[in-house]
Design a binder for this molecule. Sequence first.
Ligand code: HEC
Length: 111
Amino acid sequence: MKNNPLIPYVLIMVFGIGLIFFMSFEGAADKNSADGEGSGATAEISGEEVAQKNCISCHGGDLQGQGPAPAIAGLDAAHIQEVALNGQGAMPVILKTEAEAQAVAEYISGL
Ligand code: HEC
C-alpha cells in the first residue's frame, strides 16, 4: 500500500496542537503565581505612601502643618484615623477605607 502524502503534514499538525496545549498549561501556572504575588502586594498598604498622596498637600511635606492645616506628626493614632475617615472642622473627609486610615495613622503618629 502506498503511503498517503498527507501523513507528514498531519503529524506536524498534531505535534503543533499538542505543543500549544502544553504551553497553555505553563502560561496558566505562571498566571496563578503572578496573581498570588499581586494580591499580597495590595494587601500591604504603605502608610507613608497614603500620606504622601493624601495628606502632605495640606499638612506640609513633613506633616508639621502649613497654612490652616495644623501639625499632625506624632498625634494619637486613633485621632488621626478618625479625622482622616470623618473629617474635622475645615478638613474634609479624605480616606474611604479603614485599612488606609489605619496604615496612615500608624505612620503619622510614629513620626
Ligand atoms: C484639604 C486639605 C487637607 C488635607 C488633604 C488633609 N487635611 Fe487634615 N486638616 C486640614 C485642616 C484645615 C485641619 C484643621 C481642621 C480643624 O480642626 O478645623 C486638619 C486637621 C487634621 C487633624 C486634626 C488635628 C488636631 O489637632 O485635632 C488630623 C489628625 C488630620 N488633619 C489628619 C489628616 C490626614 C491623616 C490626612 C491625610 C489622610 C489629612 N489630614 C489630609 C486640612 C487637610
